[in-house]
Structures are given as structure tokens and as C-alpha cells.
Design a protein around this ligand. Structure first.
Ligand SMILES: Nc1ncnc2c1ncn2[C@@H]1O[C@H](COP(=O)(O)OP(=O)(O)OP(=O)(O)O)[C@@H](O)[C@H]1O
Ligand SMILES: [Mg+2]
Length: 184
């Protein structure tokens, strides 16, 4: 993909499909590395399935044989010298604390590092598509932090849905201002 923000969209869509009510997206950035973690409380994956999930021929999709989201993300991390890891607890074994955490580490100075791109747009698309999920976003930068928690917004918004166009553009501006302050 052209931008890692599109991979984030794809990995977070997996959380949506897994029935999560909370999804946490965190980016931890230093001068050398970028770590992207997507964590959810969805149905999780069984151990055997999880072992093979980085293989493009593993998917529960019926419309198409191969799922490419995770294998692609893994390849893009590895081509910078980084790696991808997934931890998952399936709902049958962990009825109380099931979910999945997918994490990828990138080396930013490697020639094959793909830029993050427009992560704000990815977040807006996710919130718009699933306004009932609690989305938590944090991006720790070398000189600041950007964050958003849709539950905090919900308190202020009352009956106005998170997917309302004026709310989405407010979110976009709010994150943009934080990025400007963090010097990104
Ligand atoms: N967060 C998650 N929770 C539960 N299952 C997951 C999660 N992420 C991935 N999976 C499982 O792993 C499979 C492979 O995911 P992957 O993103 O690679 O492909 P896909 O979503 O099936 O297809 P694509 O991303 O190409 O549209 C999914 O079909 C799903 O069964
Ligand atoms: Mg996917």
C-alpha cells in the first residue's frame, strides 16, 4: 500500500468485523522507529488459526480465498527490518477477556519504509463507519502526543451521533491541531 494509514484502516476493520466494542489504535514513534498497535475486545482467534493467519491463504472470508490485510502489513514491516506480532484470546476460551492485539514495528530510516500518510482520514473513516465503537487513538511522537477517545466526545455530544458530518470534521480539525502542536 502507498501509506501505512491504509494498513491501519485495514487492520482496524478486522477488529470491527470481529465484533469489537472497543478498539485502541496506538502509534509510538521515535526518530528511528514507528510501532503501530491495534488492540480490540472482539471475538479473537483460535490458536491454530492464529498460527496461520500471517499466511495469505488463511481467511474466514467466503467471497474470496485469500485475506491480504495481515500478510501485507507483515511484509511491509519486515522489509524495513521490523516485524509483526499478533496475540489473540478466543471468546470460547476467554469469555471474559477475549480480543486481539496486532502490532507492527517499522524502521523509519530504511529505504523501504512506507510513510504513515493521512492517518486522520483513516480515523474519520473508521469512526464514521462504526460510530458505536469506542475508538481510542494515541500517537506518541518524539516531541509530543496526539490523542482522541470517542467516549469522552460522546459525553459532550449528548444525542448528536459521532457520525454526524460536523462532528467528523471537528474530529479531523482537533487531531490536526494536536499534530501541529506536536510538530508533525
Ligand atoms: N482482530 C481480529 N479479530 C478476530 N479475527 C481476526 C482479527 N484480525 C484478523 N482476523 C482473522 O484473520 C483473518 C485474516 O485477516 P486479514 O486482514 O489478513 O484478511 P481478511 O480481513 O480476511 O481480508 P482482507 O483484509 O484482505 O480484506 C480474517 O479473515 C479473520 O478471520
Ligand atoms: Mg483484513
Amino acid at each position: 500500500m502507498k501509506e501505512l494509514s491504509l494498513n491501519i484502516l485495514d487492520i482496524a476493520e478486522n477488529s470491527v468485523k470481529a465484533g469489537a466494542s472497543e478498539v485502541k489504535i496506538s502509534l509510538e514513534e521515535t526518530d528511528e522507529t514507528l510501532k503501530i498497535t491495534v488492540s480490540d475486545n472482539g471475538c479473537g482467534m483460535k490458536e491454530d488459526f492464529l498460527k496461520s493467519v500471517t499466511d495469505p491463504f488463511t481467511t474466514t472470508r467466503t467471497t474470496r480465498k485469500v485475506g491480504l490485510g495481515i500478510p501485507l502489513f507483515k511484509m511491509e514491516a519486515e522489509q524495513t527490518g521490523g516485524s509483526l506480532s499478533i496475540e489473540s484470546r478466543h471468546v470460547e476460551l476467554y469469555p471474559e477477556n477475549h480480543g486481539t492485539t496486532t502490532s507492527a514495528l517499522f524502521y523509519k530510516n530504511h529505504i523501504d519504509f512506507i510513510p504513515l500518510g493521512d492517518v486522520i482520514s483513516s480515523l474519520v473513516v473508521l469512526i464514521q463507519g462504526s460510530p458505536d465503537i469506542r475508538w481510542r487513538y494515541t500517537h506518541t511522537l518524539p516531541h509530543g502526543e496526539v490523542s482522541l477517545d470517542t467516549d469522552e466526545l460522546r459525553e459532550v455530544l449528548g444525542d448528536v451521533p459521532l457520525s454526524a458530518p460536523e462532528v467528523l470534521s471537528w474530529i479531523s480539525e482537533y487531531l490536526g491541531e494536536q499534530y501541529a502542536e506536536a510538530g508533525a
